[in-house]
Design a binder for this molecule. Sequence first.
Ligand code: ADP
Ligand code: MG
Length: 238
Amino acid sequence: MTDLTIRNVTKRYGALTVIPQLSFRIEDGEFVVLVGPSGCGKSTLLRMLAGLEEISGGELLMGKEVINDRPAKERDMAIVFQNYALYPHMTVAENMGFALKLRKRPRAEIDERVDKAAAILGLGSLLDRYPRALSGGQRQRVAMGRAIVRDPQVFLFDEPLSNLDAKLRVQMRAEIKALHQRLKITTVYVTHDQIEAMTMADKIVVMNEGRVEQMGTPLELYDRPADIFVAGFIGSPS
Ligand code: ADP
Ligand code: MG
């Protein structure tokens, strides 16, 4: 099972406490969207889940297993950032296969997985292109392709669409959602876009200063915001 439990997690940078104590659970296969003001700890939480940053206290579990002591490469999570830095000197296929190459997977397996991910993302005809010859949306798809080829148990997205123009954002939103319907991979998705949160989430977590202000389905949060802060974030009339 790939449900994720964040249990009494704290995070400090030196004297600065960024996350005083955070607890919530993400069910297997769920699409959970994290929202909250800039600086409230969303990216920090994703990086801690991915193993790119240590927690200062508490526990992270996948199923019943404690994972916070495991190095990133043993966590089986793929993270997609806003600044999807593709390697400029590598083709789309090479960019997508690179993580597998690092893991010393055989050539035939890499090709097969890259082809499969490319088909899912509509990148089949672009595999030999270099990033400079791609549009923003295509680059973002390659960034997702790099995550998909690894066949992770968990997807972590950190504002993946915020560099795209409005029209492309709407399109990519639908594509990411369709991808989730198809693969049912447990997903944690950070955004500052209310519409994105309302339309994509199975559950929304509203964070504030490193705490959960409220967690629920989009409809629950819209109909019954816990406080004015949540109402402000969700855009509901309270
Ligand atoms: P969000 O993604 O919600 O905007 P972040 O997780 O990036 O917020 O940051 C939360 C807080 O932690 C901010 O106050 C930020 O300045 C601080 N922070 C993030 N990374 C570091 C770091 N490496 N060193 C010190 N402070 C950091
Ligand atoms: Mg952030």
